[in-house]
Design a protein around this ligand. Structure first.
Ligand code: SAH
Ligand code: SF4
Length: 366
């Protein structure tokens, strides 16, 4: 059986080469070829002895998920669709901004957590993505986007905010994160990699020990009654436990605050009183808020809060001294097409009705 080298981080590659009777520096060389230079052809790895290249071709392969489409929006946002087999596709979105380029990647095909407002959740869970499929999104997007005129990579930041709950695919996500941070691979700093979670408390604790990248927590409600309904994992890990986990995460976090994501649902969680309750809930956690106007999809049963309501909600939070940004959806002109395409692919094998998931975003301070 051949090993897909994109499934291995530095430690895994070391082990793989040790099994072949090779020295660790060979593993490091190959790691650099794979991730720093995006090479997929063993013959191009010119500083590796020919005899070793022959052995590698026999025992290993380099296989990222195949790209099904690459759509460019008028505002520069790009949406990639990757085939992950079995009729499933995942989406990866690149969002250019003035001072950075952010890639939003997926970690699961579907999601089991079934948040009430999320189209990925409505598709049900298909499976965890492999390390090669997770890091392969960055590998492929780097290839497609390349470098700026100064020789810097266009992709400077990664957010795990696409399809799936990253902490429900812990082991594979951890290896992919390690590759993102590895100087011989992508060399991103911990503050340039953000993991978004719906709040799987024990896995947040593990992450703080194993690889404490920037953390965004999808809060969406300030009391257990509403959060139980919107984010069902709350029934297992209620708000008091979640807030305690956030406080435990902070000492190892790359910045001295966390981000709370808060979706704006008209008439559900967007009243002045909800903002005040949110402030009370989070008063002991140094944080910033990121308000996300709801992205509607068919039969969701929710409506997006008006721009005026979002502005007022943000004002209340900011008046209390908490930095608050509002997410602006970009790439609208390609969202629909790509969302539908993912839906069509997924429909063949899952209980999906339609995948209207529109991956975010750009943040604008109000
Ligand atoms: N599972 C993780 C990460 C993926 S979802 C999590 O829940 O955090 C990334 C973000 O998109 C989350 O904050 C999620 O709440 C938000 N989201 C999901 N469905 C949305 C929708 N229809 N409109 C706007 N944001 C949505
Ligand atoms: Fe899963 Fe996140 Fe969607 Fe909830 S919001 S169903 S955790 S992807």
């Amino acid at each position: 059986m051949t090993t897909n080298l994109l499934d291995l981080d530095a430690a895994g590659l070391n082990e793989f080469f040790a099994h072949m009777g090779e020295k660790p520096f060979r593993a490091k060389q190959v790691l650099r070829w794979l991730h720093r230079f995006g090479e997929s052809d063993f013959d191009a790895m010119t500083d590796i002895a020919k005899s070793l290249r022959v052995k590698l071709k026999d025992q290993a392969c380099i296989v990222p998920p195949p790209m099904l489409s690459d759509k460019k929006s008028e505002d520069g946002t790009r949406k990639f669709l990757f085939d992950v087999g079995g009729g499933n596709a995942i989406e990866t979105v690149f969002i250019p901004e003035v001072d950075r380029g952010t890639l939003c990647i997926s970690t699961q095909a579907g999601c089991a957590l079934d948040c009430a407002f999320c189209s990925t959740g409505k598709q049900g869970f298909n499976r965890n993505l492999t390390v090669a499929e997770i890091i392969g999104q960055l590998w492929q997007a780097n290839k497609a986007l390349g470098f700026d005129p100064k020789g810097e990579r266009i992709i400077s930041n990664v957010v795990l905010m696409g399809m799936g709950e990253p902490l429900a695919n812990y082991d594979n996500v951890l290896l992919a994160l390690r590759l993102m941070l590895d100087d011989n691979a992508y060399g991103l700093s911990r503050r340039r990699v953000t993991l978004s979670t719906s709040g799987i408390v024990p896995a947040m604790d593990r992450l703080s020990q194993d690889c404490s990248v920037a953390l965004a927590v999808s809060l969406h409600a300030a009391n257990d009654t509403l959060r139980d309904r919107l984010v069902p994992i709350n029934r297992k890990y209620p708000l008091a436990e979640l807030m305690a986990a956030c406080r435990r995460y902070l000492p190892s976090a790359p910045r001295d605050f966390l981000t709370f994501e808060y979706i704006m649902l008209e008439g559900i969680n967007d009243r002045d009183a909800d903002a005040h309750e949110l402030l009370r809930l989070t008063q002991d956690v140094p944080c910033k808020f990121n308000l996300i106007p709801f992205n509607p999809f068919p039969r969701s049963g929710f409506r997006r809060s008006s721009a005026e309501r979002v502005r007022r909600f943000a004002e209340i939070l900011m008046a209390a001294g908490v930095v608050t940004t509002t997410r602006r959806t970009r790439g609208d002109d390609i969202d629909a097409a790509c969302g539908q395409l993912a839906g069509q692919v997924l429909d063949r094998s899952s209980r999906s009705t339609r995948a209207g998931k529109s991956i975010p975003v750009v943040e604008t301070a109000l």
